[in-house]
Design a protein around this ligand. Sequence first.
Ligand code: NAD
Length: 483
Amino acid sequence: MIDEKQISELVRNVLNGLGGAAPEVTSAPAAAVESGRRQLGVFDTMEEALEAVSKAYAMFRNYNKEQRENIISEIRKLTHAEAEILGRLGVEDTKMGNAYHKMLKHHLVADKTPGTEDLETRALSGDRGLTLIEQAPHGIIGAITPSTNPSETIICNSIGMLAAGNGVVFNPHPHAKVISRYAVDLVNRAVLAAGGPENIVCTVANPTMETSNKMVGSPLVKMLVATGGPGVVKMLLSSGKKAIGAGAGNPPVVVDDTADIAKAGKDIIDGCTFDNNLPCIAEKEVFVMRNVADELIHYMVKNGSYLLKGEMIDKLVQTVLVDVPPKNPGDKPKKVINKDWVGRDAKKILAAIGIEAKDDIRCIICETEFSHPFVQTELMMPILPIVRCETFDDCVEMAVKAEHGNRHSAHLHSKNVDHMTKYAKAICTTIFVKNAPSYAGIGFNSEGHTTFTIAGPTGEGLTSARTFTRQRRCVLVDSLSIV
Ligand code: NAD
């Protein structure tokens, strides 16, 4: 086991080392998974998982803050120690993303997800006594997690939810079940190491829509948290229970002519290619003022981008998007992403359209019109469309439309403070990053805590332990002072 000093050093090193092509990660995750041991907290049925977590919660509800913090400290240690395995296994299981970047994401979760210190009690005292407003647990939370950041979300949610005194049952994405089981087992190993109850975090071995419905409908589950696309958020919000929805984004980047263009070119490519564009906060389309567009493209190419032109752009559209037939006669066919290409390496995507790119290529860029499906669709691939605009106001107008009202994330490269204010007010997103890669928005190489559940639709913002609490008022009246 590595000690805390080694952990801080490791985190500093990995955070400073980000940018440019990702190094290879070489541990052997399969060995860690195939040890033959029953994975802790993993059950065949949702009924068994719910029964186990409710038994564990009967004990856990009596744990004080110090005991919960000890558990969280163990989760942090184990996540740091196994970040490399989690990164490799995540890619192996989902066939998406980049193992090195996934490893960094786990270090980030272990280091910057708030624990019990996030909980605050307010006290009101006066002539008539004392009133406390406490943040109490909901009980058992049902959480749905995505395929894009599967174990990152499970570990991050577990830290916040346990810090707040809850138990959790996860229904992970079916395409990420191996890595999700590993993450639930890891959290349980940490809980046991700190003397906590087994199964306070549970899941099912084979999650399906049916297990999800059972979880949502169970009277044992008092709160629901959805991290994923629009379908799952809508489903949870119509459940009739207290629910938090962390939904889809399509984050636009605006670049004006006051920006440091060389830095903007590098920052945008670093952010866009992080974990092959899987994070919901990652740059998805660029609106740049015409007078600096060529320079921006030059620096993007210098930082590992392949500039695609002409009919090759159409060929790429045919490969990574698929047509959905119109629902009503007269409607245009809609294009949606071909899931086979989500989170894939830029080089592999280029190879599919017959282009053999050099090893340092990590992004595909192309100039398009505003209406192009690459601009309008949340691709989650290292493909970045660029739209030239006449004025800053044009950039903002298009960015707002391309964000589709998700109120998720938006980014800007500019040194003009008035531009910052104007764009921020117009787009009104939960995350707004200026002059940095998008991952600065979740505390990566920036100030502020991290989360992998960004609740735009329901307004909690970057979730943390306090998000998973309910307010409780505790009143003591000093009868002697009442006259
Ligand atoms: P997804 O929506 O396909 O799946 C998420 C989870 O919901 C899975 O467990 C899936 O099985 C389940 N699910 C989907 N539709 C459902 C329904 N109707 N009823 C019940 N369960 C349902 O998401 P994904 O492809 O894994 O992740 C990518 C999406 O999630 C992107 O749109 C991304 O922007 C978004 N996302 C948002 C955040 C955030 O914090 N806001 C974080 C990560 C991902």
